[in-house]
Design a protein around this ligand. Structure first.
Ligand SMILES: Cc1ncc(COP(=O)(O)O)c(C=O)c1O
Length: 389
C-alpha cells in the first residue's frame, strides 16, 4: 500500500504535542509528566460502584442512540439547576463518547468544504484538525493581546459570508481564562440574528476557582444556533469513562444524532449508569468541591513558583492548566520542551500545540499530585538556571 491510498486530509493530520511528550517521558524511570489534562484523583467511589453494579446486573446492551433516558433527564435537571435553562431530555440531549465525540459529531454535521470556522486561539487542539478533515477552513484568531479572550471588535472583523461556525472554549484549555459576563454579552450581540452556529465547549465549567462561570446557554437570543458541549471527564476525574454530551435545539439534535449513531451507536452502558450516579448522588457536589479546593491550591502553588522563576504568566481562573511564556529562552516551544525533557526528564506541552498563537509558551497541567508538581517545578527551575539563551 502507498501513502497516497489514504485520504490526504488524514495524512496531513499531526499527532498532538500532548501525546508526543507524554509518550516519550514514559521512557524515563524518573520521568515527571505535567502534560495531560487528567485528574490525579481516583474517580469517586460512588461512580465506580454504580458502574460495577451495572455490569453485575448485565446492563451491557445497546441503549437508545442518544443515551439512557434517565441519564438525559439527569443532565437536563443538572443544567436547569445550574444555569436555569430547559433542555428537553427526549429531544435536545445526546450522550456522546466524551467531549471529543461531541465536538466531532457536531462539526461533521454542520461543516462542508469551503466553510469558515472561527477559532479564538490559543485553544484546544482538536477543533482545527476535525474542521480540516471536513474540508472547512479555520480562521484562527490571536487572543494573546486581549488576555486570551475574544473581543467583539475582532470577532466582527473575522466574520465573512462563508462563516459557518465559531468555537468557544471557556474556561480555555490551555490558558484557563473566562470572559466576563459583559464580554459575553458583547459577543452574543454580534452573533445573534446571524446564521452562524456557536459551539461552546464547556468541559471545564465545573473546574472554576475564581469568579463566576457563565454559560452561553444563559443567552436565549442565541439558543437556536447554540451547541453546548460538556461531559464528566474532567469534573469527575473519569477521562476513561468516555462520558460527554451535547445540548442543542431539536432540529439540530435530530441531524447530529444520525452522525453520532453511525459513528458509535451509543456510549458504553456501564459508563452511562456511572454518569447517572455522578449527576444524582447526594455526596457528589461535596466530593467535587474538595477536588476543586485541591486544584486551586495546586494552581496557586504553580503560579507562584513560575513567577518566582521569572516566567511571565497569567493566573488561570479555571481548567487544569497554566501557560507561562518561555519565549525569552527559546522562541520555538517544541525545541524548548524537547530540551527540557532530555535534560530533566520533565514533560510539558509546547505552546504551538494550541495553534501558532500559542508559540512562545509551554503548558503545564496542575491536575496531578502536589508531589509531582513540586518535583516538576524544581526541575523546570533548575533547567532555566542552566539554559543557554
Ligand atoms: C477543551 C476540551 N474539550 C474536550 C476535551 C475532550 O474531553 P473528553 O476526554 O471528554 O473527550 C478536552 C480534553 O482535554 C478538552 O481540553
Amino acid at each position: 500500500m502507498e501513502e497516497t491510498q489514504f485520504n490526504k486530509r488524514a495524512i496531513n493530520l499531526q499527532v498532538p504535542g500532548t501525546r508526543k511528550f507524554s509518550n516519550q517521558v514514559k521512557e524515563y524511570e524518573d520521568g515527571v509528566d505535567l502534560t495531560l489534562g487528567q485528574s490525579g484523583f481516583a474517580t469517586p467511589e460512588y461512580i465506580r460502584e454504580s458502574m460495577i453494579e451495572a455490569i453485575n446486573q448485565n446492563k451491557l446492551r445497546y441503549t437508545h442512540n442518544r443515551g439512557l433516558i434517565e441519564l438525559r433527564e439527569a443532565i437536563s435537571a443538572y443544567n436547569k439547576k445550574r444555569f436555569d435553562v430547559t433542555y428537553d431530555a427526549e429531544t435536545e440531549i445526546i450522550v456522546t463518547n466524551g467531549g471529543s465525540e461531541a465536538i466531532d459529531s457536531v462539526l461533521r454535521t454542520i461543516l462542508e468544504e469551503g466553510d469558515e470556522v472561527i477559532i479564538p486561539c490559543p485553544t484546544y487542539l482538536a477543533y482545527e484538525p476535525i474542521a480540516t478533515l471536513q474540508g472547512a477552513n479555520t480562521v484562527l484568531i490571536d487572543t494573546t493581546k486581549t488576555n486570551f479572550v475574544l473581543t467583539k471588535e475582532v470577532l466582527k472583523q473575522a466574520i465573512t459570508p462563508k462563516t459557518k461556525a465559531i468555537i468557544f472554549n471557556y474556561p480555555t484549555n490551555p490558558t484557563g481564562m473566562i470572559p466576563s459576563l459583559e464580554q459575553m454579552n458583547e459577543l452574543v450581540d454580534v452573533l445573534k440574528d446571524t446564521d452562524i452556529f456557536i459551539l461552546t465547549d464547556e468541559i471545564y465549567s465545573d473546574n472554576v476557582y475564581d469568579g463566576e462561570f457563565h454559560s452561553f446557554m444563559e443567552f436565549p437570543e442565541v439558543r437556536e444556533q447554540l451547541f453546548v458541549i460538556n461531559g464528566l471527564s474532567k469534573s469527575h476525574a473519569i477521562t476513561g469513562g468516555r462520558i460527554g454530551y451535547i445540548l442543542a435545539p431539536p432540529f439540530a439534535t435530530e441531524q447530529v444524532t444520525k452522525v453520532h449513531l453511525y459513528n458509535s451507536v451509543c456510549v458504553a452502558t456501564p459508563s452511562q449508569y456511572g454518569a447517572i450516579a455522578a449527576f444524582t448522588d447526594e455526596t457528589g457536589p461535596g466530593i467535587l468541591a474538595k477536588m476543586n479546593e485541591a486544584y486551586k491550591e495546586r494552581r496557586d502553588f504553580t503560579y507562584k513558583r513560575l513567577r518566582d522563576m521569572g516566567l511571565p504568566v497569567e493566573l488561570p481562573k479555571g481548567a487544569f492548566y497554566i501557560f507561562p511564556i518561555i519565549a525569552e529562552y527559546n522562541k520555538d516551544s517544541f525545541e524548548f520542551a524537547s530540551e527540557l525533557l532530555e535534560a530533566e526528564h520533565l514533560a510539558v506541552v509546547p505552546g504551538r500545540t494550541f495553534s501558532i498563537y500559542g508559540e512562545g509558551h509551554i503548558r503545564l497541567s496542575f491536575a496531578c499530585s502536589m508531589e509531582e508538581l513540586e518535583e516538576g517545578c524544581n526541575r523546570l527551575e533548575r533547567f532555566l538556571l542552566t539554559y543557554n539563551k
